[in-house]
Write a protein that binds this ligand. Structure first.
Ligand code: GLN
Length: 462
């Protein structure tokens, strides 16, 4: 585009045609092709007159739990099937101000609950390299859109791994920022103390560019942090002079697929060969992460999803005789199985008599998990782990067994519980050609070091 060989409207059209050519992936729920082409013309004008903002040229896909004014915001749920957002999420305002083009909304697990994208009320998303396999979840549509070349980059949300796990399965880069780094205003709440919006890209640099734009304090989100936002692209390709990389031994159990363990070994030697110090560390609370996560996230979800009552917005069941019946039928018909399971679990762990045994105890465990990370980050700059225990699994494989589905998040939920930033970087493929992801975790608000380390790994793995 810089040399004038390709125009920006042509690029948008190329992606729109790619989306049409790949309908069976089910990656998109809504595509704004015409509008995006019009906007591409305007951005190109600005560009030619040298006035374009930093994301001019980027054609983006947005997970359908992020609000865009005048567009459907469905969370891939029946209960919001016809809901149109009256306002923009802060991240959308920032992307538009940076001259990004928004091409459409991506499919997801209903209300971002899932690890396989089989919980979408619309249709499951398929893996780009093997239609029999899952792309990961819950931001599977965004991961596939980037991996299958249906857009330049994308936004997803990550509550327990929903950016990093699908990024790993699909062979792209995905970042969960520090809690508070990116405004959640206009992100439909799942578990508010864990949710963060973050970018997907085909490389670390694209992810850094997007993070530059979406980060920063927002008065509309009381949990957004006042910390200054550095330019994450600065020095991105200059490897840090010295680094201490920690390898949490708890993350390399026998249950990890051997090729993924091999990928960690490879990354480890690349770091060591570059002169970085690599050492084993311990995160003893690791075995409690999944339990704590699925208590806290369901508790918060049961509270957040109480607002879908058929009275204020969204779907309302017809023909009810009284208010209670209207609530009951609306929620029975509007929510899918997994969402109902989470609401019931969350209501249970918060109920009088169980609150202390489950919810309060999970919060205490969360504090201990944080403490584990604080301790290792006294000596280490970055931690290296697998993103997932296996590569992309088969569709249907875990549908009947929610616990085995929940266990696929075993390496990702800790970053959300601790609030720290984490990124998944592609690291080759397994014997069946399925992508492998390695995860790097960083200190709170030190995405700069995390991204530089990821860029080092990316360039050396190539
Ligand atoms: N797979 C996890 C869950 O089902 C994480 C989801 C997410 O990060 N949104 O809760």
């Amino acid at each position: 585009m810089t040399s004038g060989e390709l125009s920006l409207p042509d690029l948008v059209e190329f992606y729109a045609r790619r989306i049409e050519a790949e309908p069976s992936l089910n990656a998109f729920l809504d595509v704004y092709a015409e509008e995006a082409i019009d906007r591409a013309r305007q951005v190109q004008e600005k560009w030619r007159s040298g006035e374009a903002a930093p994301l001019a040229g980027a054609v983006l896909a947005i997970k359908d739990n992020i609000a865009i004014q005048g567009k459907k915001l469905t969370c891939a749920s029946r209960i919001l099937a016809d809901f149109v957002s009256p306002y923009n999420a802060t991240v959308i305002e920032r992307l538009l101000a940076a001259d990004a083009i928004i091409l459409g909304k991506t499919n997801m697990d209903e209300f971002a609950m899932g690890s396989s994208n089989e919980n979408s009320a619309v249709a499951p998303v398929h893996h780009p390299h093997d239609p029999e396999r899952v792309p990961g979840g819950s931001s599977g549509g965004s991961a596939v859109a980037v991996a299958a070349d249906l857009c330049t980059a994308a936004l997803g949300s990550d509550t327990g791994g929903s950016i990093r796990q699908p990024a790993a399965f699909c062979g792209v880069v995905g970042l969960k920022p520090t809690y508070g780094r990116v405004s959640r205003f206009g992100l439909v709440a799942f578990a508010s103390s864990l949710d963060q919006i973050g970018p997907f890209g085909r490389n670390v640099e694209d992810v850094a560019r997007l993070l530059n734009v979406i980060s920063g304090h927002d008065p509309m989100d009381s949990t957004s942090a006042p910390d200054p936002v550095p330019d994450f692209t600065q020095n991105l390709h200059t490897p840090p002079e010295s680094l201490t990389i920690g390898l949490p031994v708890e993350y390399l159990s026998d249950e990890v697929q051997p090729e993924i363990v091999q990928a960690i070994e490879t990354a480890k030697s690349l770091f060591a060969d570059a002169g970085y110090s690599v050492r084993e560390v311990h995160l003893p609370m690791t075995e409690y992460c999944i339990a704590a996560y699925y208590i806290i996230c369901t508790a918060e979800a049961s509270s957040n999803l109480a607002r879908y009552d058929g009275a204020r917005y969204g779907y309302r069941a017809a023909g009810a005789q009284d208010l209670e019946e209207m609530y009951r039928r609306t929620r029975s018909e509007g929510f899918g199985k997994e969402v109902k399971r989470r609401i019931m679990l969350g209501t249970y762990v918060l109920s009088a008599g169980y609150y202390d045994a489950y919810y309060r105890r999970a919060l205490k465990v969360r504090t201990l998990i944080r403490r584990d990370f604080n301790q290792v980050f006294e000596a280490c700059d970055v931690l290296l782990t697998p993103t997932t225990p296996t590569t992309a699994f088969r569709m249907g494989e875990k549908v009947q067994d929610p616990v085995s589905m929940y266990l696929s998040d075993i390496f990702t939920v800790s970053a959300n519980l601790a609030g720290i930033p984490a990124i998944s970087v592609p690291a080759g493929t397994d014997a069946q050609g399925l992508p492998i992801g390695v995860q790097l975790l960083g200190r709170p608000f030190d995405e700069a070091t995390l991204l530089r380390t990821a860029a080092f790994l990316e360039s050396h793995l190539k």
